[in-house]
Design a protein around this ligand. Structure first.
Ligand code: 1BN
Ligand code: ZN
Length: 323
């Protein structure tokens, strides 16, 4: 029965983004933040999203159990409160691989709580305590600023919520900002995505069952390549088709990409088909952008135009699911 509903939704929207003229064209300037559309579709504001990424970075690295993390949690909560119908902060305790037990906060904003057709949107808001991929070993114990790896996905979701408050939507939307994604260690899959694992075991609503989930991770680089991530295709290939059809620019590449142990793995295991829009690089040793887990993951490497492309893609997907 559940599969039938998903099939009907996908069948109804599969051809939609491609056939309704919502293909987009970027402004001619190189770092333009504004994406224009050929329909009456609302336009996502990449400059506003950039400011939201910058504001997160102004707290400093948002490493769990630090004052910057606590202050940013309060700011995220009040920022969501301004544009969601309800906001809750889910607190819990998780076991880390290297730091013992840790208190976490997942911050959850809900739009249209009464709607039965729902979309789950996720991004991690914490930042990694160690820049352990930095080319300079002296930086390996320093925290990562996480302008891309943390702030970028959150910024797009905050701006999206603002714009949906303005435009209205009939869809139910749940924005889950998950904590403690980035405290993992090599060769231990379960040491990553601790906030998402906690949420998957303790959903904020009993029996919660959205149509789909979309995770954003590292969506701010000027050179981003968003290929079809491996586990997203394993768990939710039809939805990957839809999202890439709704893609609002050339950073989205309709080809299979690499696999990543990210928050979406645990959401899928909990029975919610969830995809990951993540910048993966076929030509890099790590599989990610050069700033990944280095001290160079700073706001200077964030492009308003890339944020705009990702946000516009989400607006296009939402428009299709509304129909
Ligand atoms: C994504 C961004 N991830 C961490 N920061 C997930 C990940 C887990 C990436 C394990 C590589 C290995
Ligand atoms: Zn990371």
């Amino acid at each position: 029965m559940k599969m039938t509903l998903l099939y009907i939704v996908l069948a109804a929207v599969m051809t939609a983004c491609g056939s309704t003229g919502t293909s987009t064209a970027s402004d001619s300037t190189a770092d333009s933040a504004t994406t224009t559309t050929s329909t009456a579709q609302p336009v996502f504001d990449g400059n506003a999203a950039y400011q939201l990424a910058r504001q997160q970075c102004e707290f400093g690295p948002r490493v769990p159990a630090t004052p910057a993390h606590a202050k940013c949690a309060d700011w995220l909560t009040s920022t969501l409160e301004a544009c969601c119908d309800t906001v809750m902060v889910q607190t819990g305790t998780v076991q880390t691989a290297t730091e013992g037990k840790l208190g976490i906060k997942n911050i959850i904003g809900t739009i249209n709580p009464q709607a039965s057709q729902r979309l789950l949107l996720l991004a991690h808001w914490d930042t990694r305590p160690w820049a352990d991929n930095d080319p300079n070993a002296a930086n390996h114990d320093k925290p990562v600023m996480g302008a891309n790896d943390g702030a970028s996905g959150v910024a797009v979701l905050l701006q999206l919520a603002r714009q949906l408050k303005e435009s209205g939507t009939t869809l139910g939307i749940d924005i889950v900002l998950v904590d403690a994604e980035d405290m993992g260690v090599n060769d231990n899959e379960d040491s990553w995505a601790l906030g998402a694992q906690y949420w998957a075991q303790h959903p904020h609503v009993a029996g919660y069952k959205p149509l789909f989930g979309i995770l954003l991770d590292m969506v701010g680089s000027e050179d981003a390549t968003f290929t079809r991530e491996y586990y997203s295709m394993q768990y939710a290939n039809g939805f990957v088709d839809l999202v890439w059809k709704c893609a609002a620019g050339s950073h989205f590449i309709n080809a299979q990409g690499g696999a990543v142990t990210d928050d979406h793995i645990f959401i899928n295991r909990a029975g919610i088909p969830c995809i990951d829009i993540i910048d993966m690089r076929a030509d890099s040793e790590t599989g990610f952008c050069p700033e990944w887990h280095t001290v160079d993951d700073t706001i200077g490497n964030i492009s308003p135009a890339t944020l705009a492309e990702v946000g516009q893609t989400l607006l296009n997907v939402i428009a299709q699911l509304e129909q």
